[in-house]
Design a protein around this ligand. Sequence first.
Ligand SMILES: Cc1cc2nc3c(=O)[nH]c(=O)nc-3n(C[C@H](O)[C@H](O)[C@H](O)COP(=O)(O)OP(=O)(O)OC[C@H]3O[C@@H](n4cnc5c(N)ncnc54)[C@H](O)[C@@H]3O)c2cc1C
Length: 626
Amino acid sequence: MPPESCECKWFDSSFLSGSCGSTGSLAFFMSLVDLVIRSQCSVADPCRRRTTATRFPAGLEYPEELDFVVVGGGVAGSVVAARLSEVPGWTVGLLEAGPEEPTATSVPAFASAAMGTELDWRYLTEPQENACLATGGICAWPRGKMLGGTGAMTGMMYSRGHRRLYDGWRDAGITGWGYDDVLPYFKKSEANRNPGLVEPDYHGFDGPISVQQFAHRPPMADSIVRAGVELGYRTGDLNGHNQTGFSVAQVMVDDGLRMSTSRAYLRPAHGRPNLFVKINSRATGLVLNKLNNRVQGVKYVDQYGEHMVRARKEVILSAGVVGSAHLLLVSGIGPAEELLRAGVTVFQDLPVGRNLQHHVSVGIAATVNASEEAHYLTMDGISEFLATRTGPLASTGLTQTTGFLTTSYAVDGVPDAQVYFDGLAPNCDKIPIDPEGPAYRNIDDGSKRAYVWARPTYLLTRSRGYIALRTGNPFDNPIIQPRYFQDRRDVLAMVESIRLVLALMGTRALAEWDMQPDPTPYPDCAHYPHGSDAYWICVVVTDTKPENHHSGTCKMGPVSDPETVVDPELRVLGIPNLRVMDASVFPTGPNCNPIAPVIMVAEKGSDMVKQTWRAYTHEYNVPPTK
Ligand SMILES: Cc1cc2nc3c(=O)[nH]c(=O)nc-3n(C[C@H](O)[C@H](O)[C@H](O)COP(=O)(O)OP(=O)(O)OC[C@H]3O[C@@H](n4cnc5c(N)ncnc54)[C@H](O)[C@@H]3O)c2cc1C
């Protein structure tokens, strides 16, 4: 169906053509794939998308004053804007630097295809002494720039982390954030569609985010779970009473399509006359009033120039771990010395940007006797997906399998390592029209073997980095200094995680696929005895895979903690009508994929805002969250 025949007009970002780093016939093929997917109205959802039009409900220009202004329409911001605009008497604005979420991001097989494109902020770290040495110590930090944010280019895995983690927050003085306090918000956001697979007391069944297993998986995914069981791990609900073990994960999908928060929360709210979503509009600073220590509004830039929107009640930053910290810093809220060095007038001296945390991983290659399982991206596969929302395009291949493990560095049995798998997915690695392309680099035709990867990941890293101003110009990227492996225990725990993965590869369950770790020594580490600790340490620091699960740059804490940026009500200290709601508030990053915890923060934070203003004005009755 051509786009014109859909009833509503819309603009879609096309990004697949460049997503394989390809030129010529590959780029053409991927453009065609993009076009075919975009032309399906049931996938494109044209009538509920946001457009760049400057006209808003009732023929208004974008308002100059609103009750609430939310900055960043990513995972958290989409939730916050949708929840606050449930109150009919309030006006809510959402500013997002990127465009509406493109249609093709909703196809699971293209999970991360937007990385490296215009839909990615494409941040780079400062050179690291002990990480990413293969790329000069510089690690890539992909971050989504579109409605749905980074959540629109993820593997969609739904994971919540261990209860002790949240109880640890509570015990550190962060009142109201113990596991029993946050569980209702996990449940509120969730519509679990596999009730038979989960422990019902821990799950929600009628929230906005559809959570279920993919409609398709390569059979090897189940073998990996069996391999875990063979090693003595449990399988089952990893978001229930026990997080440790292996499973084919539940993911955020609905009817075969990615369920980003922009699709789950914003699109159903598209008809609300009090919600003003503005895409392609980048916030450049906060307007602050020293007389009353309040934020008055937000400056932003769109295609027409610079504007300001005033906030009668509150401004909420949901611009992510980099974006929220950066916006505070350029606005004069941050470490005083650093601000002065960058020529920024200090409004509030706070440790913004500190406490930066991350997960870290490395890819361990293996070959398997599974060439028939290595699905290629073909037009038949695309037709199958569009007609039935099943088939190889309806999943991320082996990436949907995961395990949570403990190393000897784990405390109180809380899993500190996670293993992911990659391979057997029909993405742009496996396009049949280019015999010299990556598909054929990965598959040795003679032996009919395919490459797969296990990705041991360390979750509870002890190294801490920071984000700081490079200049006071909001368009200059900040300094991103993660200090990977600054704490030696992080690299030693990685080596243990690698050994757990190698044990997994040696199980009978995976022998069925003749899984063989790739014996080729990593070139830069070949001078170490193969397989020794020194060899693996070298591989980890050379071929580091930063796991994209960053947190902590606007740390939530008790007022007494000198590292605190936001209080347990998510208010920036000293500025009562400015809150932060996104992954930057985690005092310690969750030991899991972070989207579900980020949504929980946004849900809980939105209820706090509703409570605050109810207390002042009785404007709105907050329904209890069970
Ligand atoms: C490749 C990859 C795979 C991942 N896989 C998973 C997974 O399977 N499961 C999981 O749970 N997590 C996954 N993650 C992590 C997850 O995506 C992030 O933790 C999560 O998106 C963080 O949410 P957030 O709301 O804090 O920020 P984001 O989702 O990044 O949202 C921030 C938003 O703010 C906007 N913004 C920033 N600055 C400004 C500004 N100045 N003005 C206006 N707008 C601005 C951005 O464009 C963006 O839309 C993955 C991440 C990556 C990169």
